[in-house]
Ligand binder design. Structure first.
Ligand code: URA
Length: 233
């Protein structure tokens, strides 16, 4: 049976076209990140699944008591560029994805400025559960999640590893370095069989509080762009 479209429906369709409804709807935060899932198979997929399972099996963790979801990763597991933040905030905890809130919107802009997006990078955090009140994870929490983070790097095997902010810097490079000195330099490091070039830059949340530092972050981003083209990534 053919259903007749009445004039009210036609007007509504015209109105939706006029306001570009699809574009507006698709650009809502919830949809912006609900995009391509990257079909990977084989050993890498299995190892990532195993890692996610072992993180969800972590016992005696304060963070888990108040968190709603594990925030494992986002982006393309095949990517050779991996970004590491600090830990999930409230939006990330709700969505189960890293960097989907305001800091995530700035991270997306930073990526776009060097022709990258979530389809060609991989993103995770030092801790995979939201610290209550968005506090910094404690040394003990960082130490608990560090072996899993290192394993995560070994599985992804990035050629370029970008540490966003001082928590990621301290966790993976050490506590004796300050971000203002460590940023904007390449550090060669090996995780298991994965040799990678690390660069530290400011965390997007810090850049929102200190916009004057964006010019330094831009220097770091250009270094990533250059390295990417040098390594033919
Ligand atoms: N800040 C982070 O460090 N990670 C997120 O996922 C979101 C905000």
């Amino acid at each position: 049976m053919i259903k007749k479209i009445n004039t009210k429906t036609i007007k509504l369709i015209k109105f939706y076209n006029l306001i570009n409804y699809n574009l507006i709807y698709n650009d809502k935060a919830i949809n912006r990140y609900k995009k391509d899932t990257f079909e990977i198979s084989g050993e890498k997929a299995e190892n990532l699944e195993k890692l996610k399972k072992s993180i969800s099996d972590i016992k005696n963790c304060e963070l888990k008591k108040s968190a709603n979801n594990i925030v494992f990763a986002d982006g393309n597991p095949k990517s050779k560029i991996m970004f590491i933040g600090e830990g999930p905030g409230s939006n990330e905890d709700q969505e189960g994805l890293p960097f989907v809130g305001r800091a995530g919107a700035l991270l997306d802009k930073m990526l776009a400025s060097i022709n990258l997006d979530r389809k060609n990078v991989y993103i995770t955090n030092v801790v995979n559960y939201r610290p209550p009140e968005n506090r910094r994870p404690t040394e003990e929490e960082i130490a608990k999640y560090l072996p899993y983070l290192k394993k995560h790097i070994e599985i992804i095997k990035p050629k370029i590893l970008v540490l966003l902010g001082s928590t990621a810097l301290n966790a993976l490079i050490g506590n004796e370095v300050v971000i203002s000195k460590a940023r904007g330099k390449w550090i060669e490091k090996q995780f298991g069989k994965c040799k990678t070039s690390i660069i530290v830059t400011f965390h997007p949340a810090f850049l929102m509080r200190q916009p004057a530092q964006k010019k330094m972050a831009w220097i770091d981003l250009k270094m990533i762009r250059e390295k990417k083209s040098k390594l033919k990534i």
